[in-house]
Design a protein around this ligand. Structure first.
Ligand code: ATP
Length: 290
């Protein structure tokens, strides 16, 4: 057991995203079945998690990014509450988040932080959590959280419990274009036109195959995101950014998650730096690990 620990909180991009359907029966009624190919990237926040003394009466969140809530609505506080309740632990924590992942950017930064916080709490409180237990706790916090315990590459339905690892054999370099505004996940879901859903699942199969086969061209051709059509209608600036990345030389560009970050694929890191310099908004150059 330790009193304080620093953990990295790497995030992911979505390389293929299908909106399949809204679930209207069962315990997950109201949730959406998706079909997402997620790929871990090196971009990460850093979390320092410290067990506070007995005189402290609540958890404390510190984060320099004003868009991240520092109260009980922070997903890291929810992770602390969940662990205290499930494992009868006492004591409050201070979590300092060094935020690099774009907020409200469709980059799952909050979910990545929740997973990292659970990993830190496991060490601090000596819980000895198994991978399955981590996933189960993660799922209580959010459908996007379980992916982060294994990371790597996976197909995730985010609702039906399907999280299939993909043995990916393809390194990707990319430029993340980060517009000056976020898109709320709620807003992105509100604008779904179900008549247009589940039309691109064959492309997702191609992506899975291409990643396994190390087929760069196949991956580039099958990159897509069903949210784009709806989100671009509301935010034409995002389509402009996507088109700008393609004009700057990306072989493929597409929105991550429910936006607003746009991913531009590059051939190598020098190419990524060149594209980043040519795009008229904030950019982050990143890559898949390993
Ligand atoms: P989602 O995971 O819902 O698709 P996103 O990836 O677009 O969302 P996040 O950066 O995860 O965006 O933030 C979503 C919301 O979660 C933000 O509006 C923020 O208020 C809230 N939030 C709570 N905790 C955190 C956290 N630790 N980091 C970032 N945002 C957080």
């Amino acid at each position: 057991m330790k009193n304080a620990i620093t953990v990295e909180s790497p995030t992911r991009v979505t390389l293929a995203l299908d909106i399949i359907r809204k679930l209207d029966v069962g315990p997950l009624r109201g949730y959406h079945e998706l079909g997402i190919v997620k790929r871990q990237i090196t971009l990460a926040d850093t979390l320092r998690v410290e067990l506070l003394g007995d005189d402290c009466r609540h958890d404390v969140i510190e984060c320099g990014d004003p868009r991240v809530p520092c109260d009980a609505s922070n997903i890291c506080v929810k992770a602390c509450n969940l662990v205290r309740e499930k494992f009868a632990r006492r004591g409050f924590l201070k979590i300092s988040i060094d935020k690099r992942i774009p907020v409200m950017g469709g980059m799952a930064g909050g979910s990545a932080n929740a997973a990292a916080a659970l990993r830190a709490l496991d060490k601090i409180w000596g819980l000895g959590l198994t991978r399955d237990k981590f996933r189960e706790l993660g799922r209580t916090l959010g459908m996007d959280v379980p992916f982060f315990f294994d990371g790597g590459t996976a197909f995730d339905s985010e609702s039906t419990g399907v999280l299939e690892p993909i043995d990916a054999n393809l390194k990707l370099h990319m430029v993340l274009a980060v517009p000056g505004f976020g898109v709320s996940t709620k807003e992105a879901y509100e604008s779904i036109d179900y008549a247009r859903a589940a039309k691109n699942t064959a492309l997702t199969d191609t992506m899975r195959h291409a990643l396994r086969a190390g087929d760069f061209d196949g991956a580039v051709k099958s990159m897509h995101n069903d949210f784009e059509i709806h989100v671009f209608e509301r935010y034409p600036r995002l389509k402009e950014i996507r088109d700008g990345l393609l004009r700057a030389g990306c072989p493929a560009a597409c929105m991550s998650g429910s936006g607003s970050t746009i991913i531009g694929i590059a051939y190598d890191c020098r190419h990524a730096e060149k594209i980043a310099a040519a795009v008229g908004c904030k950019t982050i150059v990143t890559e898949t690990p390993g």
